[in-house]
Every structure is written in C-alpha cells, then in structure tokens.
Design a protein around this ligand. Structure first.
Ligand code: ADP
Length: 291
C-alpha cells in the first residue's frame, strides 16, 4: 500500500484567446473544473498503476470538497482519511491562452489548515510500503509526517522552496524535475545536481522531461533512463504520474532500472492525453506499453 499525505485542489481552468489585463473583462473559449493538486495527482497515479492507496489531506466544506473526494474515490483511492475543514477547498485558478501559456493563482484553502498527520493517519502510514510527500501543504505538516513515518519517504520538492535539515534527514528518495533540482542545489547541470542531492538524501531521481530521468543512490548506483519517445499534447502532471508509478514499482520490489522504466512508461502515456488526473494510465496500459 502507498500512503500520500498532501494537497488536493480543484483546478478551475479558463481557456481564452486573450489574457485579461487589470480592470478588463474578456470572453473565454472554454472552461474545465477538474480535481488536481500534487498530492491528489500522485494518489490517483499510484492507484491507476495498481497499488492500494490511502490519501490523507483536507478539503473545505464547500461545493468542491465532495467533487475532489468522489474523483479520488472513483480512481480507487481510499479517502476515509480525507478531512473536511471549514472554509474553501484548495483552488488553482488557471488561465490558458491560445499558445498554451498559462498563469495560475493557487489558493491553498483547506490545504493550509493541515498541520500534522493524526494518530490514525500515522497508523495507516506505518502499514504502507512508502509515504509520498510534496510541498503544497504547510512545511510544518510535511516535516511532521516525514519525521514520524516509519516507512520509506519519497519527497517531490515542488513547488521549489528551501528544505529544512530536519526534513532532508527524514527523506529516503527525492524526485525533483530539473528546475527544482537546480533551485535546491544551485547547479544547472543535472549530473552535478544529482551528486549534490546525494549529499543530502540516500537516493535521488531528477526528471528531465522528454530527456528522461537520472537516478542515483549513495550506495553507488547511477542510471540514466530515457523517456519513451511520444508526441506530447499536455505534460501537466507528468512528474506526478512518474512518482506515483515509481512508488508502485518499488513497493512491488522491482529492480531499480525496471521500476524507473515502469515510471517513464506511465508518464509517457499521460503526456499523450490532455488533463492531469484524467490522463493517467491504468496498470494494463502501462504493462502493454512495456511489452
Ligand atoms: P514535471 O512534470 O514534474 O515537470 P518532467 O517534465 O521532468 O516533470 O517529466 C517527468 C517524466 O515524465 C519524465 O522523466 C519523462 O519520463 C516523462 N515525460 C515528460 N515529458 C515527456 C515527453 N514529452 N515525452 C515522453 N515522456 C515525457
């Protein structure tokens, strides 16, 4: 089983030919409201990839909370530990222009009310093969969960921010993309950044978009895993799909390189379809892509 302690949002996406300036109103082309947030996305990715998944986090007591719960639940994620707190759910207010450029306002809402895992959350985490964390909850909550987990902790350091020592000391595997890796290490060369990350944590994967991923462990292994060549239409949540699938393959005890290839196959399938959680592949599809 995989536990995810993280963010759940409602993504409100307006597609528009013109991005409005201050004081201006424009007419958009289309609108979509879809659950997102890195925590929820990783939970859905792991569930689709074939694991039992428990999600821990919070939604508000607004109209979005039940939609988020329902979407996670129908992907097979156990949402019995998803709390409801007074006020609004986390919302990502996204404007996408005709060139595919976007501007985003994230309002943390209920995610900002999560301070630490409860005793019941910790009991679920203790029964898991891994705990997946990201940085869309308050830092104190992330640190608390990492330090109290008695299972391998996988951290996606996004959105990039400075990581306290006490968090790094509790992380087993860190999975930044190349921008986050540079923000963390100050090194633009991913191979150099990987070595710097391994000074901080025992294992690291740097994802490189269409260039694949680099893996390293303090025990000595270094691997470069190519991306699967595909025509990408929407790379939203490629990283979350990669992490969710990687956690599943590792929980199944697969050798490192095979686990990374499984993750790359899942992510490559997701970028060929629009959307975040809606684009994540199921287990049969991932297995077929690897044959
Ligand atoms: P993030 O979404 O966090 O920015 P990346 O862009 O590095 O992360 O993508 C994560 C993984 O998704 C990559 O390591 C790769 O396996 C896969 N991926 C991303 N973009 C593509 C692409 N254009 N073609 C194939 N695979 C991709």
């Amino acid at each position: 089983m995989i536990s995810v302690f993280g963010s759940a949002n409602m993504d409100l996406v307006a597609y528009t030919p013109v991005v409005p300036k201050r004081g201006e109103t424009v007419t958009g082309r289309a609108f979509a409201a879809v659950p997102g947030g890195k925590g929820a996305n990783q939970a859905v990715a792991a569930a689709r990839a074939g694991a039992d998944v428990a999600f821990m986090g919070a939604v508000g007591d607004d109209a979005f909370g039940p939609v988020v719960r329902e979407t996670l639940g129908s992907a097979g994620v156990d949402v019995s530990r998803l709390r409801v707190v007074p006020g609004s759910s986390g919302v990502a207010h996204i404007v996408v222009d005709d060139d595919g450029g976007n501007s985003i306002i994230v309002v943390p809402g209920a995610n900002g009310a999560v301070t630490a895992p409860s005793a019941e959350d910790l009991a679920v985490i203790a029964r898991s093969d891994a705990l997946l964390l990201q940085l869309e909850l308050p830092m104190e909550a992330v640190v608390s969960a990492a330090r109290q987990a008695r299972v391998p902790v996988v951290l996606t350091p996004a959105p990039a921010r400075e990581l306290p020592r006490e968090l790094l000391d509790a992380v087993d595997l860190i999975v930044p993309n190349e921008h986050e890796a540079e923000a963390l290490t100050g090194l633009a060369d991913p191979r150099e950044a990987l070595e710097a990350l391994l000074e901080l944590v025992p294992e690291a994967v740097i994802t490189l978009g269409a260039e694949g991923a680099l893996y390293g462990s303090r025990a000595g292994g270094r691997l470069r895993v190519p991306a699967v060549p595909v025509r990408a239409v929407d790379t939203t949540a490629a990283g979350d799909t990669f992490v969710g699938a990687l956690a599943v393959a590792r929980a199944e005890g697969r050798p490192q390189e095979e686990a990374l290839r499984f993750a790359a196959a899942a992510a490559a399938l997701s970028v060929q379809r629009e959307g975040a959680s809606t684009s994540m592949p199921g287990r049969a599809e991932i297995d077929a892509a690897l044959r």
